[in-house]
Design a binder for this molecule. Structure first.
Ligand code: IDP
Ligand code: MG
Length: 140
């Protein structure tokens, strides 16, 4: 059974371009409740740990450099079928392939600067929320 919680990061490109509020507006319009949200930045060690599944990929060091390049906004989101629905809302990893009306299509530039993250499974959503939020901040 699919869960009702997912996790997002508005990435440094979108924050720097002042798209944060427009993006959260789209997220809410798509039916997601924002359980908790905060502004933060990632250290190199945190970014490497968050994306450790991609260690060894040719884009890994560029990804870590990008994700540490400026402020991000992280949030826990609630909706029925959250993980799958949110992946639909943000669109494909490469903004050039993302469907019209998706967040990555509108605000992403290219695969390495794609504006937003969305968890890919219920298990990863929980892991990623715990990476940024205490049980007091977000409970599930
Ligand atoms: P996802 O964010 O859609 O789940 P993943 O495959 O998990 O995509 O990759 C994580 C992030 O790594 C992507 O959002 C993107 O920023 C970056 N990335 C993935 N593939 C490439 C690539 O081929 N070149 C550059 N960056 C990439
Ligand atoms: Mg992923």
């Amino acid at each position: 059974m699919s869960g009702n919680i997912t996790f997002t990061i508005v990435k440094p490109d979108a924050v720097a371009n002042n798209h944060t509020e427009a993006i959260f507006g789209m997220i809410e319009k798509a039916g997601f409740e924002i359980l908790s949200r905060k502004d933060t930045t990632l250290t190199k060690e945190q970014a490497e740990s968050f994306y450790d599944i991609h260690k060894g990929q040719p884009f890994f060091s560029g990804l870590v450099e990008f994700m540490t390049s400026g402020p991000i906004v992280v949030a826990a989101l609630k909706k029925k079928n959250a993980v799958e629905d949110f992946r639909m809302t943000i669109g494909k990893t490469d903004p050039l392939e993302a469907a019209e009306g998706t967040i990555r299509k509108i605000y992403g530039e290219k695969v390495s600067r794609n504006a937003i993250h969305g968890s890919d499974s219920d298990e990863n959503a929980q892991r990623e929320i715990r990476f940024f939020f205490t049980p007091e901040e977000v409970e599930f």
